[in-house]
Write a protein that binds this ligand. Structure first.
Ligand SMILES: Cc1cc2nc3c(=O)[nH]c(=O)nc-3n(C[C@H](O)[C@H](O)[C@H](O)COP(=O)(O)O)c2cc1C
Length: 378
């Protein structure tokens, strides 16, 4: 494809894949798109291993990494605060509430808070922790760094500039775009409410043109549309609105390469577009995910109000980990509770396909869509 962004990044097709799974990143970049590894949950030594593996398997194709350094989070600047300090801040009634949810689904909770389940990665969401991950990433040939949930810190933008790495930021509204551009961001990943994971309230079809309008005087900014996109026709629609490409997170989750557990993958393949909810029950900020007995419990009239980030995540992660492990071992109650981030595009993900097949289908579908559109002109 002829495009300024493709030329700048050395890619054939401006389909960007967000994934926590290194295999997805590699397969997308090798097929002509651009893979971005979500690294917030990794310790620096694990990130080193993942990036080394990517370098060995990606055939020299470009890729990037993504972190999550929120602008607003309780205890954001308390670098010396440990995981145990955070756990101690969670009121007892919250632990009891989660115990009750699991026990109502026949899961033992005796070992739930023993440290055996779930990793607390709050430190990676603070600038100091994120910098450690970036130090690792800078030793590898990444060409894009993307930040979620806020404006990337100035020091990070400057380091990326020095190393010729483009900077992107997740953008859910016009006002975010203005702040990102002022901070020196090159690529706005404009994500609608349909998206999996953390998401805003405005639909992709509205937020993308609104953000494009907000930066129209700055020709150097690239816009990637995100949220609900699972086909090349949707990609063509976004590019018709002025996006330079698209950024997808959900569509990879039902591939054989993905990190999803068999239970979650089956639920996703069977789900329709109505089967996701926007819930604060996992991180404290709204995330779109599969509706399950877990999200239902937090939405019930007697539920506690989810805490803010990061405490809600510190509370939820051990429970989600135990649920996933037990569901994988065939536990019925755990299967009912199990959920994972996914967007409304889950309704379009009805068949397990390889990552490569998905990228090639995007390309074919894009060409057909452009052809269809061009026939509308006399
Ligand atoms: C499983 C999953 C985990 C996600 N985790 C992150 C994350 O750590 N950082 C981030 O920038 N975005 C994250 N996202 C959001 C994606 O970057 C992307 O914006 C979103 O998936 C796009 O919408 P879609 O899900 O409809 O494709 C996640 C999305 C999913 C589905």
């Amino acid at each position: 494809m002829k495009s300024r962004l493709c030329e700048k990044l050395g890619i054939e097709f401006p389909l960007f894949a967000f994934s926590h799974c290194r295999n997805v990143v590699v397969e997308v970049s090798k097929a002509g798109g651009f893979g971005v590894l979500g690294a917030v949950g990794l310790a620096p030594e694990n990130l080193e291993q993942e990036l080394k593996w990517i370098d060995e398997n990606i055939d020299g194709k470009p890729y990037g990494i993504d972190l999550l350094i929120p602008s607003r989070m309780d205890h954001k600047n308390e670098n010396s605060q440990t995981s145990d300090d955070l756990k101690a801040l969670i009121p007892k009634e919250y632990y009891n509430f989660v115990d009750n949810i699991l026990e109502a689904h026949d899961l033992e909770t005796g070992d739930l808070w023993s440290g055996k389940y779930g990793i607390d990665y709050t430190h990676n969401m603070r600038e100091a922790g994120a910098n450690k991950l970036l130090e690792v990433a800078f030793r590898h040939p990444i060409t894009l760094f993307v930040n979620a949930l806020g404006v990337p810190p100035k020091s990070v933008v400057e380091k990326c500039r020095d190393k010729n790495i483009l900077v992107g930021a997740l953008t859910g509204a016009r006002e975010h775009a203005v702040k990102h551009v002022a901070a020196g961001v090159d690529i706005l990943v404009v994500s609608g409410a349909e998206a999996g994971g953390h998401c805003g309230e405005i639909s992709t079809m509205v937020v993308v043109p609104d953000v494009i309008d907000s930066v129209k005087s700055n020709q150097d900014i690239f816009i990637l549309a995100a949220g609900g996109i699972a086909t090349g026709g949707q990609m063509a629609a976004c590019m018709a609105m002025g996006a330079a490409g698209v950024w997808c997170g959900s569509v990879w989750l039902t591939t054989p390469e993905a990190e999803t557990t068999p239970t979650v993958k089956k639920k996703m393949l069977e789900a329709n577009a109505r089967n996701t909810v926007r819930s604060r029950s996992r991180t404290g900020k709204p995330t779109r995910q599969l509706q399950s007995a877990w999200t239902d419990a937090w939405a019930s009239p007697n539920a506690l109000k989810p805490m803010e980030m990061p405490l809600q995540g510190v509370l939820a992660r051990p429970a989600m980990d135990k649920i996933d492990r037990k569901a994988s071992a065939g536990h019925e109650g755990a299967a009912a509770l199990s959920t994972y981030y996914v967007g409304q595009a889950v309704g379009l993900m009805n068949e397990e396909k390889s990552v490569k097949t998905i990228v090639y289908e995007f390309m074919e579908d894009y060409v057909e869509a452009v052809d269809r559109l061009s026939k509308t002109l006399k």
